[in-house]
Design a protein around this ligand. Structure first.
Ligand code: HEC
Length: 164
């Protein structure tokens, strides 16, 4: 029994060599692989960008999802005069009389309307009336620009309204 056991557990010199080689080499291979891994990670992070480019890239990565476009609210808005507004917007209907619009400089089309006064006309022009869209379809026109355009049109047909 004991002899048999000794036979089974006897270690040959070759096994000793193999065991020590394995015991030394395996950790070395592991260390080598870890070093390779670290070097590989570093290589992908090499900073080849300039400072400016990298801060731009960082800014791009951390920028909020929704972006607010800053418009200078204090920038003076240059109000167009009546003629400019008319030529930009109103002329498309009011020169030809399209959709039944009172024509520019046509007294017959305007006399009854002029009788109602400037303020009333400006109000309907701002709000829109029947086939005429609000502000002639140009919502960015200011009230002052609308007032000037109405005065310009009505004055062309005989009114003596004062534009703001
Ligand atoms: C898409 C065509 C169209 C455009 C553009 C348009 N208008 Fe008119 N406008 C009309 C029509 C149509 C009428 C007649 C509405 C009615 O009395 O039935 C009218 C009527 C008016 C009247 C008379 C309102 C009233 O109370 O009788 C004024 C004032 C007027 N427009 C001003 C303007 C001004 C100012 C502009 C430009 C900023 C403009 N319109 C652009 C179609 C237009």
């Amino acid at each position: 029994m004991s002899a048999h056991h000794e036979e089974m557990t006897k270690t040959t010199p070759m096994q000793v060599v193999m065991a020590s080689v394995g015991g030394l080499v395996a950790p070395l291979i592991a260390i080598f692989l870890i070093i390779q891994l670290v070097l590989g990670i570093q290589a992908t992070h090499v900073n080849t960008e300039t400072d400016e480019a990298s801060s731009a890239a960082v800014a791009g990565r951390i920028k909020p999802v929704g972006e607010v476009k800053v418009v200078d609210a204090n920038a003076p808005r240059v109000e167009k005069n009546g003629e400019e507004v008319f030529n930009a917007v109103c002329t498309s209907c009011h020169t030809s009389g399209a959709l039944g619009a009172p024509k520019f400089s046509n007294k017959g089309d305007w006399s009854a309307r002029i009788g109602r006064g400037l303020d009333g006309l400006v109000k309907t022009a701002i709000e829109g009336i029947r086939a005429m869209p609000a502000r002639g379809g140009a919502p960015d026109l200011s009230d002052i620009e609308m007032q000037r355009a109405v005065a310009y049109m009505a004055n062309s047909a005989g009114a003596k309204f004062e534009a703001k």
